[in-house]
Design a protein around this ligand. Structure first.
Ligand SMILES: [Zn+2]
Ligand SMILES: [Zn+2]
Length: 232
């Protein structure tokens, strides 16, 4: 912690997002434990699977070999994701990354964590990319590497679009900025919320095209039904 951060903390200590208790962090132990973990399952059909691998039946329709989701997208996890985007992003992203790294203990240190970039217009508004904060912190905790290999084409916006429009927007949504780093690499995509998975599939497609041997994903929260307006 820097001196400046330490001073800020004395002047304005954190309050737990969940219960409001004054803490030296944004999420207390009890509230962390109150989050509902997602069981290991195939992200497409929901069938139980080992290490969150996509099941044999779903494999022909996905480029992702495993998608690990940490907690259900509900009350407190929603609040965390929202706060990471709008308030004290660094402190909140640390809490989320810690939970993600905990859930990702089965993932090898040999992987490369790659953040799924937020649509550029949103980053411009906030001035940072939360997926990048997460990937960097997870890699640090896991003693693994990370690299921001993906960029979004244009200003893809999913909000308010129909399912078909969204699919069209996503087709070729990403480009790879350091293709040589993707080659022969086992990549784990990092994102905050898993909805339909089409964003992850689109990212996996371009990374596989550049020779990534395997692409998995690690997401913080997964909901059964998330309204696009909730992700604003
Ligand atoms: Zn609390
Ligand atoms: Zn399946």
């Amino acid at each position: 912690m820097s001196i400046v951060e330490a001073i800020i903390q004395i002047v304005a200590p954190f309050t737990c997002i969940g219960c409001g208790a004054e803490e030296d962090r944004k999420l207390c132990e009890a509230c962390t434990e109150s989050l509902t973990p997602v069981s290991s399952r195939c992200y497409r059909c929901g069938r139980a699977s080992d290490m969150s691998q996509t099941c044999a039946a779903c494999q022909p329709s996905t480029l992702l070999e495993a998608v690990t989701a940490c907690v259900e997208y509900a009350d407190l996890s929603k609040q965390l994701v929202r706060d990471m985007k709008y308030e004290r992003a660094q402190a909140v992203s640390k809490e989320i990354a810690m939970i993600m790294a905990q859930t990702a203990r089965h993932i090898s240190q040999e992987v490369l964590y790659v953040p799924v970039p937020t649509a550029t217009s949103r980053v411009r508004k906030r001035g940072y990319d939360h997926a990048m904060l997460l990937a960097r912190e997870i890699a640090r905790l896991q003693n693994a590497s990370w690299a921001p290999l993906l960029r979004r084409h244009g200003q893809t916006r999913q909000v308010g679009a129909t399912k078909l429009e969204r699919a069209k927007q996503l087709k070729g949504a990403f480009r790879v900025i350091h293709p040589e780093k993707a080659t022969d690499c086992h990549i784990v995509l990092v994102d905050d919320v898993l909805t339909t998975g089409s964003t992850l599939e689109s990212a996996a497609q371009v990374l596989r095209a550049y020779g990534a041997t395997r692409v998995d994903a690690l997401v913080f929260a997964q909901g059964s039904r998330i309204l696009s307006s909730e992700l604003l």
